[in-house]
Each structure stands twice: as structure tokens, then as C-alpha cells.
Ligand binder design. Structure first.
Ligand code: C5P
Length: 407
């Protein structure tokens, strides 16, 4: 993740449910993002996990007391105003109920009620408890009052039941915090990202493909969503997990990708075509596994449609961003593609370097604009490359409110 959370002070409120042990992993993830977590536990949370664990992981004393020798005067007011954001994970039905009723009877509830910074509530409890209309009502009231609620994940629960109620993966909680702390300059923007390779079958077990893993496209999808866009990710086969809050549509072949992209194109504002679409597919598909035999085997290939070039012909208001993976004469080839496919921006990168291009977490790219501007970027993590591409999208997208106010 781009270090959105770097140096950000995050108050982690832990209440007393079995998922309290996962707060340890959440704190670890925050430290990995170079954030500064400050843990506050309810009394019952300390029954589930020792404060020493969270104190050691966060590197800061854990607060538990409103009164007594461990209490710091006025901290119940100041903490929720000094930090950058608050996250309640897990938030029990009890904690949710108290906050919804405006009850502040311990350190955590008083801090949250007095907080002036964004609060992310992560409910985690038994599915029946979560489904209880009273709990749902309380969550509704908290949402209305401006609290952010991250819905629990579904799956096996500690009580043996299955259903909604699991605390989401700490990585997803951290991503949600990143959303809260990122300016929403792409709010209202419908972005379609394509990612990954395509698989072009020539018999039931064999296919042609390329070295793309989807990392650049997935980073674009994650960052666009973090900046407020509504993101649809059309992905070729990829082992990467679906980014939180993104609608992922899996496809396999170039033809399937074409169909999916065309279906959604009319209601899309921006297309980021990061997929490494196979230019060719086997001319015929053999229904049974091809047997070994003969001297050599000749595989005939047919052209796949150029999806992006097709979009370039059809576009009305859409902003089109292409990606050019080149092994030689980077700028000339990229510029030809920008013109040939009627694009607004092309992101060009050399793919025969070990630290840039396919299957790595970094990329060194040059942005070439339709108006002739050329911006070479240094070697950056793919999420930062994504942010730079989206910075440009945000300036040209007419729906950007910041633009409208200033322009
Ligand atoms: O393959 P090429 O270098 O021309 O790819 C440039 C851009 O065109 C990329 O954004 C890629 O996703 C897109 N493309 C496509 N359909 C193809 C080949 C490439 O949309 N068949």
C-alpha cells in the first residue's frame, strides 16, 4: 500500500469479543504501514487478550482505565481529537449499543463519543446477534450520525455457527482506514480497470499466455477505489485476491474480456486498460488433448480483437488510458499506440528489466499525454505509479468537484 497511513496516529479500540485476539494482527499491520497505533481496551477485552501483547506490538502503553492511578486526566476527551482516525475492532453488540444510545461509561465509549476524527466501526459477533433488529437499528443510527461501519465477513464463527459476523481480515480493515484518510477526488467516477493476462486455449489442457500477473491493474483498482471511484475490475486469470470494495469480473480469453468490457463501456467514465491482452489466439480449438506424434507441430494463430482500439473508435466522453509494454524504442512505439488507438494517456514501460514490468511490485514508467507532454517517473511501487496515473485522471475528469470549483 502507498503509505497513506504513514505517521498517522490511529486509535485502536478493542472491545470484549473472541475476535479481540485479531486486534494483535491489526496493530501489526498498522505498524507495517508505519502508522502509530494507540490501543484502548474495554475491561472485558482484557479478558480475551492481555494488554501486554498489544502494548508490545504497538510500542505504546495500552489505555484501559477511565478512573484510578492508570488514568490520565482528560484523556477521555483529548484522545479522540488528537488522533487521525479511530477504529473499533472488534466492536461488540454491547459497545455498538452503548454508542448508539450515547452512553459513555468507560474510557473507550467516552473517547468515541467525544471524538472529532473519523471513526470506523468493525462489528464482530455471533450471526444471530448481528442480525438482531436492535443491533441493526443501532448500527443504522451510528451510520446516520456519521460513523463508518465496515460490514463483517461471512464464514465460520467461533461459536460453531456460520454466517455474517466475522471480523474482516485486518488487511481489509487497514484498507478501509486508508479510504477514510484519502481525499475522495474521484468520488462519483465510474472506472473500469482491466488486468492480468488472457489464456487462449488450443486444447482442453493447454493455452497460450504471457507473463502478466495482474499486479499493476490490481494496484490501479485498489487506489482508484481508495480515492472514491466506483471500480469495476475486469481480470484475466490472476492469483491475486480481489481488492476490497471493488467489483471484480473474472474472464479468461481476450474474446471474453472484449465482451465484458464492451458491456460496461457505455456507463464508464474512465478505462484503465492494464491487461496484457493476447494479440493472437489459436486458429482452432481441438476438443480432445492433442497427442504427441510427428516431427513437428504447427500451431496456426488468428488475430484477437484490439479491445482498446475498438474503445478508441467508440468513445464519446470516456477517458482512455492504455499501457504499452515495450522491449525497445519505448517512446516511439508508445506514441504510435496513443495515436493509433485514440487514447488520452499511455503508460509506457520497458519490460526487459528485472525491477520493472511483469510480476514485480515496482515499475518505472513514462506517462505520455495526448497533448504531447512526456513525464518520465522514477522506479516506484506499483501503487504509487497507480496514484500518479490517477492524479492525471483526476485533473482531466470533468466530474472532479475540486476541478469544477477552481476551473
Ligand atoms: O499490445 P499493445 O502493446 O498494443 O497494448 C497496448 C494497449 O492495448 C494495452 O493497454 C492493452 O491492454 C491494449 N490491448 C487491447 N487488446 C489487444 C491488445 C492490447 O486492448 N488485443
Amino acid at each position: 500500500m502507498v503509505k497513506v497511513l504513514k505517521d498517522k496516529c490511529i486509535l485502536v479500540g478493542v472491545s470484549g469479543g473472541i475476535a479481540a485476539y485479531k486486534a494483535a494482527e491489526l496493530v501489526r499491520q498498522l505498524i507495517a504501514q508505519e502508522a502509530r497505533p494507540q490501543v484502548v481496551m474495554t475491561r472485558s477485552a482484557t479478558e480475551f487478550i492481555g494488554p501486554l501483547t498489544l502494548e508490545t506490538l504497538s510500542g505504546t502503553p495500552v489505555r484501559t482505565a477511565l478512573f484510578g492511578p492508570a488514568a490520565v486526566p482528560l484523556e477521555h476527551i483529548s484522545l479522540g481529537q488528537q488522533v487521525d482516525a479511530l477504529v473499533l475492532a472488534p466492536a461488540t453488540a454491547n459497545l455498538i449499543g452503548k454508542l448508539a444510545a450515547g452512553i459513555g461509561d468507560d474510557l473507550l465509549t467516552t473517547i468515541v463519543l467525544a471524538a472529532t476524527r473519523p471513526v470506523l466501526i468493525c462489528p464482530a459477533m455471533n450471526v444471530k446477534m448481528y442480525d438482531n433488529p436492535i443491533v441493526q437499528d443501532n448500527l443504522g443510527r451510528l451510520r446516520q450520525a456519521g460513523f463508518h461501519v465496515l460490514s463483517p465477513a461471512a464464514g465460520a464463527l467461533a461459536c460453531g455457527a456460520a454466517g455474517w459476523g466475522r471480523l474482516p481480515d485486518p488487511v481489509d480493515i487497514v484498507e478501509e482506514l486508508a479510504v477514510l484518510l484519502t481525499p475522495q477526488d474521484l468520488q462519483g467516477c465510474e472506472i473500469m480497470v482491466t488486468a492480468g493476462p488472457t489464456h487462449e486455449d488450443f486444447d482442453p489442457v493447454r493455452f497460450l499466455t504471457n507473463r502478466s500477473t495482474g499486479k499493476m491493474g490490481y494496484a490501479l483498482a485498489r487506489v482508484a477505489r481508495r480515492r472514491g471511484a466506483r471500480v469495476r475490475l475486469v481480470s484475466g486469470p490472476s492469483a491475486l485476491p480481489s481488492p476490497a470494495g471493488v467489483e471484480r469480473l473474472m474472464v479468461r480469453t481476450a474474446l471474453e474480456m472484449q465482451e465484458m468490457v464492451m458491456e460496461h463501456f457505455p456507463h464508464t467514465d474512465v478505462v484503465l486498460m492494464a491487461a496484457a491482452v493476447s494479440d493472437y489466439r489459436p486458429a482452432s480449438f481441438v476438443g480432445t488433448k492433442i497427442k504427441r506424434g510427428g516431427e513437428e507441430m504447427i500451431l496456426r494463430l488468428s488475430h484477437n480483437p484490439d479491445i482498446l482500439a475498438e474503445l478508441g473508435k467508440q468513445k464519446t466522453r470516456q477517458i482512455l488510458v492504455g499501457f504499452a509494454a515495450e522491449t525497445d524504442d519505448l517512446q516511439t512505439h508508445a506514441r504510435d499506440k496513443l495515436k493509433g488507438k485514440n487514447l488520452d494517456l499511455i503508460v509506457a514501460n520497458e519490460v526487459n528489466r528485472a525491477d520493472s514490468g511483469f510480476a514485480v511490485d515496482t515499475n518505472e514508467v513514462t506517462l505520455i499525454h495526448r497533448d504531447g507532454q512526456v513525464i518520465p517517473l522514477p522506479l516506484l511501487p506499483k501503487e504509487e505509479v497507480a496514484d500518479r496515473v490517477l492524479d492525471w485522471v483526476a485533473t482531466v475528469w470533468p466530474g472532479n468537484r475540486a476541478e469544477r470549483i477552481h476551473g
